[in-house]
Design a protein around this ligand. Structure first.
Ligand code: GAL
Length: 718
């Protein structure tokens, strides 16, 4: 079973006792202890041999002649580039035929980069096997759920269960590590590229065989499998292991427990491939090893489990151009990356200087936007700001993707901003290793998302990503910094835990949440949560039954609304909140009814409840409120949790990074108008003194080293 405790790379024997921990609340952030821990972690963790905030991007020199390489390094130095990712898609040029290697060009390139003081994050090229590989191993191609065998000429394409593929990835990873483990330019290894995309589920014969073996190990017997999958339904009972297959497309909906297990199996197969490469590298090399996640933009991998396997968390994030407030999705990605890293610094491995090329409408970033994006990642814990890619490529599918050096060359706005950002990050070196703290955790559970995403749910309008965004957005607008957490983690350090989309919740994890409330925590649970167990079977006792101690309510029936239907909620007789998509027949038991349904099928019934349990409080919100209407709920919840949200001017994003010697406010102004920020210290990008307040220019950024650390007193969560 997956261990979901957050990664902790500090050896326990090196942790100091916590003499200043608050013995009343047990809240870890009230003392200076985290800082002591951090200085120990800094010495122990596997951050690359780099100083300051790393800057750079994917570099694909194999697409260019040698004279361009020499221009590249000159321009990289001009831009302040300190780290480039190399070789991610170079397999065909490194292993020209099976077992025949040509490292001459890479030797030359790494030497050139090293001579120019540019460090290398060396990729293993296994996301793009060469043509010769598929010619020799046609069976290694991926088969889709509809039975289509994938062709060549793209990337991905290989079955992660293929023995031939697995042999080949270890061979190339081993060869690279043997050759470059000692190369002075190499400070980090970058295995593969974005596991799970474009290849996730694979329905090839080898994958089906591996799935069967995985199931045998998981369930031990066919009886165990039949029980877990509920195969008495629709006559799916299995009598032979050989009859068990992948959940390929079928005339009607396929068993959801089988599909959920296939998602888990797929994640497991991908991770096995990562581990095989990692071990091949570790046999020769001591540098840290990572693979680039897509924290909130790809859902096929259980990144809590992956985070335990990498030395450093790295993430790729691209703005969704259709979202007018892409900065909120960006903040989710960054907070999730930091949380996956257990609070340690992480690498923004890829983002874009301007437009991408793969969305329906690829919107160019406007002046200042790239810097705002970069600083927002840094604010939330990234210690490396990298892009896809260094130089815009002339050929291939990504030629319309922006780059640090665009097609227009150095006489361009993008280039000028790239140079300016490099200079700015150069002035922020002292932030390296400083940390972000949060009093609020939002639950994030990939398995639950997989299960909820399957067919035949009560309403297609219920969307887990939308609910996470709505709650997060409310917290973001209130200036409250958030961690993400898995429900099995120890949550006792948080004043508030929000569960916006916890459809699948095991009884054990529910008990943990009940205890969290009993012991003084504040919990907010949104509708359609704790509905099923880990096999996608409805909980005994009914929907949300395992959370009854914390919430005090019984959900009798789900009452989804018609498309577009609105149904108002009456909040404490004071105001009406507009709701849609969902109502419930709710028995509030002894819980306080804070809001009732004013209309719709549940009119007159309880809509939002608040329950005292032990010394904490459990809130249940049984309908869909917009992030604006959620303000009423969260204002009351903050009171219960003892949180005073800082509420900066509209559109001014402010996050604090806490260092060993100082605290830093990172402020990003997403509005066109200037915004005032109260602070005393030094603005590091300009070197100017901030005497009590700073006006952050419209669209501008600021990083302030504070004169003094905030002193206890009234709690805020900056
Ligand atoms: C990423 C990928 C890169 C590049 C980029 C373009 O997902 O890792 O190789 O394709 O997208 O936005």
């Amino acid at each position: 079973m997956t261990d979901y405790s957050p990664p902790n790379r500090v050896r326990p024997d090196r942790l100091q006792p916590s003499p200043e921990a608050d013995t009343v609340t047990g809240h870890r952030h009230d003392s200076v202890v985290p800082l002591i821990r951090w200085s120990i972690m800094t010495a122990d963790r596997a951050w690359p041999r780099l100083t300051g905030i790393a800057y750079g991007g994917d570099y694909n020199p194999e697409q260019w002649p040698r004279e361009v390489w020499r221009q590249d390094v000159v321009l990289m130095r001009e831009a302040g580039v300190s780290l480039v990712s190399v070789g991610i898609f170079s397999w065909a040029l490194l292993e020209t035929r099976e077992g025949v290697f040509d490292f001459s060009w890479l030797d030359e390139l790494l030497d050139l980069l090293h001579e120019n003081d540019i460090a290398v994050d060396l990729g293993t090229p296994t996301a793009s096997p060469p043509a010769w590989f598929f010619a020799s191993h046609p069976e290694a191609r991926v088969v889709t759920r509809d039975g289509v065998t994938m062709g060549f000429g793209s990337r991905g394409m290989a079955s992660h269960s293929s023995p031939a593929y697995r042999e080949a990835i270890v061979r190339i990873a081993d060869a690279l590590a043997r050759r470059y483990a000692q190369h002075p330019a190499v400070v980090l290894w970058h295995v593969h590229n974005e596991y799970g995309v474009p290849v996730g589920e694979d329905y090839s014969e080898q994958s089906v065989r591996a799935f069967r073996n995985w199931l045998r190990e998981r369930y031990g017997s066919l009886d165990g499998l039949n029980a877990a999958w509920g195969t008495a339904f629709w006559g799916q009972h299995y009598t032979e292991w050989e009859h068990v297959g992948a959940p390929a497309a079928a005339p009607s909906v396929v068993n959801p427990a089988q599909r959920l297990d296939f998602a888990r199996f797929t994640d497991h197969q991908l991770r096995e491939c990562f581990i095989a490469e990692r071990e091949a590298i570790r046999a020769h090399a001591t540098q840290p090893i990572t693979t680039n996640f897509m924290a909130n933009q790809s859902w096929g991998t259980d990144l809590w489990a992956w985070a335990r396997e990498v030395d450093i968390v790295s993430d790729d994030h691209y703005l969704w151009a259709a979202d007018p407030e892409g900065e909120i999705g960006l903040a989710i990605a960054a907070d999730l990356s930091r949380s996956l890293a257990g609070g340690e610094p992480w690498i923004l491995m890829e983002h874009s200087t301007s437009a991408v090329n793969w969305q329906p409408r690829n919107i160019a970033k406007r002046p200042g936007e790239m810097a705002r994006n970069s600083l927002a990642h840094l604010a939330r814990g990234a210690d490396a700001i990298l892009f896809f890619q260094w130089r815009a490529g002339r050929a291939g599918a990504e030629k319309f993707h922006s780059a640090m050096l665009p097609h227009a060359g150095t006489r361009s706005r993008v280039w000028r901003e790239v140079v300016e950002l490099g200079q700015g990050l150069g002035r922020l070196a002292e932030l390296q290793g400083s940390r972000v703290r949060a009093d609020v955790a939002v639950l994030w559970d990939f398995e639950s998302f997989w299960a909820q995403g399957l067919e035949w749910r009560p309403s297609v309008d219920v969307d887990y990503a939308e609910r996470v965004r709505a709650y997060y957005e409310r917290l973001w607008r209130d200036g409250v910094t958030v961690d993400f957490a898995h429900p099995s983690q120890d949550l006792s350090g948080y004043r508030l835990v929000v569960a916006p989309a916890q459809y699948l919740l095991s009884v054990d994890d529910a008990e943990r949440l009940n205890r969290y409330v009993e012991q003084g925590g504040t919990l907010v649970v949104s509708f359609f949560s704790a509905v099923v167990d880990e096999h996608d079977a409805v909980h005994e006792g009914g929907f949300a039954a395992p959370l009854h101690p914390a919430l005090g309510v019984r959900v009798e029936e789900h009452l989804p609304l018609r498309e577009g239907e609105k149904a108002a909620v009456d909040w404490r007789g004071e105001r009406r909140l507009s709701a849609d998509v969902w109502q419930e027949d709710l028995d509030p038991g002894n819980a306080e009814v804070v809001a009732t349904y004013a209309e719709g099928p549940a009119a007159g019934g309880a809509a939002i409840t608040r329950n005292r349990h032990g010394s904490g409080t459990g809130w249940y919100v049984s309908t869909r409120l917009s992030s604006t209407d959620l303000a009423s709920v969260l204002d009351a919840v903050y009171d219960d949790a003892g949180i005073v949200p800082p509420r900066h001017p509209d559109g001014l994003e402010v996050v604090t990074r806490h260092g060993a010697d100082a605290d830093y406010l990172v402020a990003i102004n997403h509005r066109a108008e200037p915004a005032r920020l109260a602070a005393s210290g030094v603005e590091l990008l300009t070197g100017t003194r901030v005497p009590g307040a700073l006006e952050v220019a419209g669209g501008g950024v600021a990083v302030i080293r504070l004169d003094a650390r905030p002193t206890g007193g009234g709690r805020t969560t900056p």
